[in-house]
Design a protein around this ligand. Sequence first.
Ligand SMILES: C[S@@+](CC[C@H](N)C(=O)[O-])C[C@H]1O[C@@H](n2cnc3c(N)ncnc32)[C@H](O)[C@@H]1O
Length: 285
Amino acid sequence: MKEESLQKLITAIRSKSELSTLNEDFIKEHLTLFLKKEPKIAKILEENTHAKSAVYKETVKCVRAKLRKVYGLYRRGKLSTALDKFWKELQTEKDNQKRKTIIKKLLETHFSTRERWPHYVLLYKQIFKITGKPEVILDLGCGLNPLSFSFMELEDISYYAYDLNQQEIDVIKEYFTLLQQESHKFQGEAIIKDFLQEQNFPQASVAFLFKMTDIIDQGKGHKRTEDLLIRLPVKYAVISFPTLTMSGKPMNAPRRKWVEWMCQRVGYKYTVLEFNNEIFYVIKK
Ligand SMILES: C[S@@+](CC[C@H](N)C(=O)[O-])C[C@H]1O[C@@H](n2cnc3c(N)ncnc32)[C@H](O)[C@@H]1O
């Protein structure tokens, strides 16, 4: 299909606010996959990309649905506006205590980090008690989690954060620059990347995969998570899951037996850390 037609479709797909900060290449990849699976639709679109045609609308609808599923919509309210506002405040604020308050507000723009806020200090203490103080962290599908860095109480550290969301990566990049200005012992890289396609991860002490396995596995067993864990060049991986149902009630069986069986099968050790609304498996490879 002509580049011009693809661009038109990408712009249409992106015009929903919750998808507007998604990386363009990522949308293109999913659109191309859809067109490959649907050659009849692709053929019609090659001749006609009229925005009102049924085929055009169906394509936009299907690719959006897929992106929502893959990408996970875990954000509260209008992310862009809130992020922009707090981010501007953070850049001009010099007082450390006030900066912490702003970071808290930034973390509140994301469900996962908001829920974790009261437990962050204890969570990292418990994780690092098992893994030892890490020298290199990989945060895969990081969202805003790297903004919790101050709770980790680490100094000498390289932190690699990967996500598909342009705006969040921009914020994390700026935050890392601030941390680097404060201490030359902090090294941070925030990268727009589909980590499922990455072949050259840096060697790391620990990888965080917080609330990522459902997104990775897409309801098709757990092979993709298992393969990723095996190929990650890390000593430890920490994976987490929500323990509340969508309606906010505690789950009957919050533990994920498949993780425990998988670890036994591939010979990894694991420790479970349970918090009010999230369960963590610290896996030693
Ligand atoms: C449920 S959120 C979790 C965020 C973070 N790990 C946390 O728990 O605070 C899922 C995040 O994964 C990112 N994501 C989804 N698929 C990805 C992929 N293939 N590569 C990189 N990031 C991805 C999304 O952009 C989103 O920020």
